[in-house]
Structures are given as structure tokens and as C-alpha cells.
Design a protein. Structure first.
Length: 192
């Protein structure tokens, strides 16, 4: 009896999609971060890393709904062979972010969540493993078989063009949009 990796992948994709839908619905219903709202009256010194994380994410329902939207779209795309790599591209950054937050801010108290998200990430990596030949071909075409050949004059011209574009964009954002349109004159010590 031969192990059918595609059937295992499909089973795990359906399982993962179901949980993406489930997590999205909990976010949309306002239940995911309800715990954080119950902590609003505490001071920062009274909060653990886990509490602080839940308070932070409970503050913006719009942010929560955006994550839910991408979980739904990613879950739908995960169900179909033709769109499963798009699902990986959508869900991988979301799940990686979630697991990093879970590990770095909460740790052991939410070990179950860490295990769940780890499994979903492994499913996405398994999809990539099964599609490694197509991914390799795509990367080869994208990076190695480029038809672009530039001489030094073109490279220098493009570098100057990009440099001027960066300066123009900086001026547009910081002078025209921030200062003239919105009257914002604050300059962060880090980002200015």
C-alpha cells in the first residue's frame, strides 16, 4: 500500500481551512479578544505578557476583522488545488505572526494555541513540499531566466531615477501630505 501524499494534503487543507473559518468567525463575532476588554481598567504593571497582548488586539475591532477577512479568503483558497499556493501566501504571514506573538508574549499559558498554529503552519509547508517542483520552476523563471540585460549607462540612469523617486516620495509624504494637508509637524526621534 502506497501513501498518497496528495490525499493527506487535501485532508489537512480541509482541516486547516475549517479552523481558519472558525477563528475568523470568532473574531467577527467579537469573542476572540473579549478577554482583553475585561482588562481595560488594570494598569500595565498588573498585566502579564498574555494580558497585554489581548488588551492590545482587543482595542481595534477593525484590525481583528481584517485578519478574519484574510483567514476566510485564505481558507477558501486552501480548499482548491489551483489556489492553494495563493492560500499559503496569504495565511503563512498571518500564522507566523500569531505563533511569534503567542510564543514571545504569552508562552506556556497558551501552549494549546501554539500547538494548533504550529500544525497549520506545517500544513502550509507540506503544501509547499508537494508543490516544490512548480515553486522551483516559478522561482527559476522569476529570478534566473530574466530577459533583462542592462548596460552600465542604463544601470546608472535607473539608480538616479530610483534615488530621485525616493526623495520625491519622501517629500510628498512628509511635506505635502503630513504638513500642508494635515498640519502634522511632529517628528519622531526614530522615524522622521
Amino acid at each position: 500500500m502506497r501513501i498518497n501524499l496528495k490525499l493527506i494534503e487535501l485532508t489537512w487543507r480541509i482541516f486547516t481551512a475549517f479552523y481558519m473559518f472558525r477563528y475568523a468567525m470568532v473574531k467577527i463575532n467579537g469573542q476572540q479578544f473579549a478577554y482583553g476588554k475585561s482588562l481595560y481598567n488594570k494598569t500595565i504593571n498588573e498585566l502579564s505578557g498574555l494580558d497585554l497582548t489581548w488588551v492590545f488586539f482587543s482595542y481595534s475591532p477593525i484590525f481583528s476583522n481584517i485578519i478574519a477577512f484574510f483567514q476566510i479568503i485564505g481558507g477558501i483558497f486552501l480548499l482548491f488545488n489551483k489556489t492553494k499556493l495563493i492560500a499559503v501566501a496569504i495565511l503563512f504571514p498571518i500564522l507566523l505572526n500569531i505563533i511569534l506573538i503567542d510564543i514571545l508574549y504569552a508562552g506556556y499559558p497558551i501552549l494549546e494555541a501554539i500547538i494548533n498554529v504550529s500544525f497549520y503552519i506545517l500544513v502550509l509547508l507540506f503544501v509547499c513540499y508537494n508543490e516544490r517542483i512548480q515553486i522551483s520552476k516559478a522561482l527559476n523563471v522569476l529570478f534566473l531566466k530574466s530577459e533583462i540585460s542592462l548596460n552600465w549607462k542604463e544601470i546608472i540612469f535607473q539608480a538616479i531615477f530610483i534615488f530621485l523617486g525616493v526623495i520625491l516620495t519622501y517629500t510628498l509624504i512628509n511635506v505635502i501630505i503630513k504638513k500642508l494637508l494635515f498640519g502634522i509637524y511632529f517628528q519622531s526621534e526614530i522615524f522622521h
